[in-house]
Write a protein that binds this ligand. Sequence first.
Ligand code: CA
Length: 220
Amino acid sequence: MIIEDEEKIARFVELELSYEGYSTTKAFDGRTGLELAESGEFDLVLLDVMLPQLSGMEVLRRIRRTSSVPIIMLTARDSVMDKVSGLDSGASDYITKPFAIEELLARIRNALRKTMPEDGGVLSASGLLLDTGRHTVTFKGTPIDLTKREFDLLHYLLKNKGLVISREALLDNVWGFDFTGETNAVDVYVRFLRGKIDEVFGIKLIHTVRGVGYVIKDEK
Ligand code: CA
């Protein structure tokens, strides 16, 4: 996803990325970019700081409410403030314009590498281990028996550990876009997981953020 109001730059980047085999979508203002990014169908967002309608910083903050998608900020000048506040607000990286396309490509590869766990990776929180390769969940060595849906929900929350995920985003990513039931399906399955994990082992794994969604945090 390329969010950049300078159409020449957006087109140039799109062209170069297509040579590298990436498929891209462009938005020329912050509001359109945010709406597209929130659809959640992108693996990475390139985000200009100076944008009409909604600033790049605001777009960044709003995307981060629901998504851990890697975001590379494009700063117009060598602005230390933009970089610091961008990284503070959850940007994965930044690049200063004008940039060499090779540098941008390297930063894209790096950001994608960090977010895509290898097959067979192990995710953890508060003593709980989820092994994606073996498809097992254990708490301090004790196996936990989960249904496929429970496993997928736990997997998604663990993959986004520390980020609050909305019910809508969970439905899209765990149940899929063809889901037509009630959004309280998420609450029901969170209850199932709490019954099998939190209540059995006496930990607080899945936290409710009222009016927003759910988050898994490491217990302190
Ligand atoms: Ca701009």
